[in-house]
Design a protein around this ligand. Structure first.
Ligand SMILES: [Zn+2]
Length: 361
């Protein structure tokens, strides 16, 4: 059996925030709108202007972490205000929280990423962290978001590091999907991936490689060009479809292992996934030409290629082995690899990838 899942509607474009009112009114009338404290300054006015006379907004500041206490607080808030639609405006954690809250309130959910730093927006999964910021679990939701709206001018004005980090997350998508395809690994639905999903994952990789550097330059200049549009589409839509319906494998499991180290908490999901991907390239014995292609791209856009670049300076095996053990725990997608593995082999790959990163390309 194969399955693929998609968000119901995807809107992307420069200044698309200005049509959010029309888009919201298709789905509900009383909207719980989650915004970060800084998001309130930037996005409150255009959202209110666009929503005027179309829906009632109940704006609620988000408390930084996508964790159970915060989700419970917002669910209570949504019940008190009798909302019939939840919208998250911001980064990955706020969006994941919006999805979890909408699920518990049994309402549709609208996702408005203000950075393109990962592929969570389109997905039917939330990553739940502990209140201290450590990875806790995936929360699989019964459906994908009802709308994902990306304003590329907002992305262009966001810090360039976010866009680049999203490229790292998107870069891993094809390799993880390819492993699932080879090993008949299951995607997030529990079924096999569709050919459509594998092609989208491959298209994602090609789009990132072709447009990544030009998009970075556009973002540095706060400008929207076609490369930036393409990379945003790859980071948010293609990578989301590719990972969810193609499947995950080692890169994300190694990421989850790395989050055990407190010193990596200041680094972004896509940056840690990049290190996971580089280790995975060695773990799965990808060709030297692929390894060179990925390292060269990472270096060109400024993605990390060494452990030190994600804060890890202690390279002792005893210190790092818990990371590899966590990556190999039974529920992890690393077991979608087409062979058996041990934490020792995963750690070897991580250290080899780190050494490769130290060698200049
Ligand atoms: Zn990811």
């Amino acid at each position: 059996m194969k399955a693929a899942i998609f968000p119901s509607r995807y809107v992307q474009g420069k200044d698309s925030i200005n049509i959010i009112g029309d888009e919201l009114s298709r789905l509900g009338s009383e909207v719980l709108c989650l915004l970060s404290p800084s998001g309130l300054d930037y996005f409150q006015t255009p959202i209110k202007t666009s929503a005027e006379g179309k829906v009632n907004l109940h704006i609620e500041p988000f408390n930084r972490e996508c964790c159970d206490p915060e989700i419970e607080r917002l669910v209570r808030c949504g019940k008190e205000k009798n909302v019939n639609l939840v919208m998250g405006v911001g980064g990955g954690k706020i969006l994941d929280t919006a999805k979890a809250v909408a699920y518990q309130l049994n309402t549709p959910v609208v996702i408005v990423p203000t950075i393109a730093s990962n592929d969570a927006p389109c997905a039917s999964v939330s990553v739940i962290y502990t209140p201290e910021g450590e990875y806790d679990r995936y929360l699989f939701l019964p459906k994908n978001p009802d709308l994902v709206l990306v304003d590329t001018q907002i992305i262009a004005e966001s810090p360039v590091r976010f866009l680049v980090s999203g490229m790292g997350d998107a870069l891993a998508t094809w390799f993880e999907a390819e492993d699932c395809k080879i090993s008949h690994g299951k995607n997030t639905t529990g079924y096999l991936g569709t050919k459509t999903a594998y092609h989208l994952a491959r298209f994602c990789y090609d789009m990132i490689l072709e447009n990544g550097l030009k998009a970075k330059v556009a973002c540095q200049n706060k400008m929207v060009n076609s490369a930036l549009e393409n990379v945003v589409e790859a980071n948010v839509l293609l990578s989301g479809l590719g990972f969810e319906s193609g499947g995950l494998s080692a890169a994300h499991s190694i990421h989850n292992g790395l989050t055990m180290l407190e010193e990596t908490h200041h680094f972004w999901h896509g940056e840690k996934v990049t290190i996971g991907l580089l280790a995975m390239l060695f773990l799965t014995e990808r060709s030297q030409s692929i390894i060179d292609e990925v390292y060269t791209f990472c270096e060109s856009v400024g993605l990390p290629t060494t452990l030190e670049q994600i804060g890890v300076t202690n390279l002792d095996r005893d210190y790092l082995i818990p990371v590899a053990k966590r990556a190999c725990s039974t529920e992890e997608t690393i077991h979608n690899l087409p062979f058996d593995l041990t934490p020792e082999i995963v750690l070897d790959s991580l250290l080899i990838a780190n050494q490769e990163g130290k060698n200049s390309h």
